[in-house]
Design a protein around this ligand. Structure first.
Ligand SMILES: O=P(O)(O)OC[C@H]1O[C@H](O)[C@H](O)[C@@H](O)[C@@H]1O
Length: 510
């Protein structure tokens, strides 16, 4: 008999509360049963490597997994997932599909075909730029914000460290300091500007784009708009703004901003790493799409990750989750995941508009080992429950003495072990309670393909969390009110609260 959602949650709350040490002591096979490898190489890509996920140092048990599977059934997870991949309306508040997987070749046939055609167009422009058809291009300033910046910034930082084909700068902040920093490292004579905005109306992006054109003009470029490439789901707006149609790279409206790295928003990534690696990134994501679409229950790894997330978030009341990348190349990953997870699932109502239980925890994190010397004190001895993910690559990203990478990895694993085991002491200041959960994600080798897989894993994990919590992960109305008030302030014909008025006055704005 299928349980209702409420019954499934109630059952989950009734489980006993063993410590991690007790769980390991009671089950010698725990590592084998709670970990899994995701192989990315099939067919032509055989040997492409994979990713090991280890949830054995979380409190998940066979029984909990079974009850979470019952919750997934009660939440009609399989049906929602089918609807996602079929390009049906999964974002009812905006009456839209969410077709990011079609950009990777997995999804509704017509959408995949359209994405293929747009990708071909993008490729022609990327190749033209690399071949010098557009003149000498040494620098690309990519201007965008939110989903139009975080993915490109992360991917370029992760994948284009050794001699990028073109030097890419991602600028998001309206604070002119950000743009000036990019200007300082670019030669205007050989700089192109990518204006990335799904809507092509975002004030920060449009203001930065105008200033970039002014900078080109003031520095002797005779046709600054001839240097602009637009990446957008509103191509007509880009043309209206002055971008030549041949340099507008559109993407579908059904691709959400925070899921748009795979569309033309990924243009700077392809420009920096070359087309083959960009395609490999899509292929890695497509392998995860296929896994997520075709695998049921706990064997579905993004779904299993969501089980662990929800266990801590909903059953144990954790208010945050932290991600530590033991890999300098992934230092921007926490920023990226903050938008993906909090903008998707930081909602207070269910799909039907009813009050929900706790939704997305606060995502935070940092890079290992740096974070160990800064925030791990709280993880080991603080009072908050913080489930953490540790992410590392077996193969080093550097070519220095192997001791660098060995120390990096040993520290990563030592932290997971220490958080779990703790250490007793008569001195309360020196005692570690232990029993603190961590999951480890170990990539064979961080390359374009595994990187794409890692990001797609998190996208689907976020979706799975949303389905199990019964919320719509694809809208973001919460970001609108502040924008609206900023506009009303700019208009200048309205009074606000006393505090805001005083601040405006103190800054000379009123
Ligand atoms: O790509 P754009 O239309 O310029 O939007 C940029 C960003 O701004 C919005 O405020 C949303 O919060 C983000 O989801 C979006 O990615």
């Amino acid at each position: 008999m299928t349980l209702t959602r409420d019954e499934a949650w109630q059952r989950l709350a009734l489980h006993p509360d063993p410590t991690l040490e007790q769980l390991f002591a009671g089950d010698p096979d725990r590592m084998a049963s709670l970990s899994a490898r995701l192989e990315l190489g099939t067919g032509e890509a055989e040997g492409a490597g994979g990713i090991l996920f280890d949830w054995s140092k979380t409190h998940l048990t066979d029984g909990l997994l079974g009850d979470f599977e019952a919750l997934a059934e009660a939440a009609r997870f399989a049906r929602m997932r089918d609807r996602l991949f079929a390009g049906e309306i999964v974002n009812p508040t905006e009456n839209r599909a969410a077709e990011h997987s079609a950009l990777r070749g997995v999804g509704r046939a017509a959408s995949v075909e359209e994405a293929d055609a747009l990708r071909h167009r993008m490729r022609l422009l990327v190749d033209a730029l690399h071949e010098g058809v557009l003149g000498e291009v040494r620098h690309l300033i990519h201007i965008g914000i939110g989903g139009s910046a975080l993915g490109p910034a992360l991917a370029v930082d992760a994948l284009a460290r050794d001699l990028p084909l073109v030097d890419v700068h991602v600028v998001s902040n309206i604070d002119g300091v950000a743009l000036e920093e990019a200007f300082a490292s670019c030669d205007p004579a050989t700089t192109f500007i990518a204006v990335a905005s799904k809507t092509f109306t975002t004030i920060e992006t449009m203001t930065n784009a105008r200033s970039a054109l002014t900078w080109l003009e003031e520095n002797g470029v005779t046709d600054p708009s001839g240097r602009v490439i637009a990446l957008t789901a509103a191509p007509e707006k880009a043309v209206e703004w002055g971008v030549d149609e041949t340099r507008v790279l559109p993407f579908a409206e059904s691709v959400g901003g925070r899921y748009s790295l795979w569309s033309s928003i990924g243009f700077p990534v392809a420009v920096a790493v070359g087309w083959d690696d960009f395609q490999a990134m899509l292929d890695g994501a497509a392998a995860v799409d296929a896994h997520f679409r075709d695998t049921d229950g706990r064997a579905n790894l993004p779904l299993r990750a969501a089980f662990a997330d929800l266990f801590y978030n909903r059953i144990k009341g954790a208010q945050t989750r932290a991600v530590f990348a033991y890999d300098e190349r992934l230092r921007l990953l926490p920023d990226y995941l903050q938008q993906l997870e909090m903008e998707s699932n930081g909602k207070r109502v269910t799909v039907d508009g009813q009050p929900s239980g706790p939704t997305a925890p606060i995502t935070w994190g940092g890079v290992g080992t740096d974070a160990q010397h800064a925030v791990f004190q709280l993880l080991h001895q603080g009072t908050h429950l913080v489930p953490i993910d540790l992410i590392a690559s077996v193969t080093p990203g550097d070519v220095l003495d192997p001791s660098h990478h060995e120390i990096l990895l040993m520290n990563c694993f030592a932290q997971g072990a220490a958080l779990m085991a703790g250490k007793a002491s008569d001195d309360p200041h020196r005692s570690y309670p232990g029993n603190r959960p961590s999951a480890t994600i170990l990539v064979d080798d961080l390359d374009a393909m595994t990187f794409g897989a890692l990001i797609a894993f998190h996208e689907h994990r976020t979706f799975a969390n949303a389905v199990l919590m019964d919320i719509n992960p694809f809208d973001q109305f919460g970001v609108e009110l502040g924008k609206e008030i900023a506009k009303r302030i700019a208009k200048g014909d309205e009074r606000f609260d006393a505090s805001t008025e005083a601040l405006l006055k103190a800054s000379g704005l009123a």
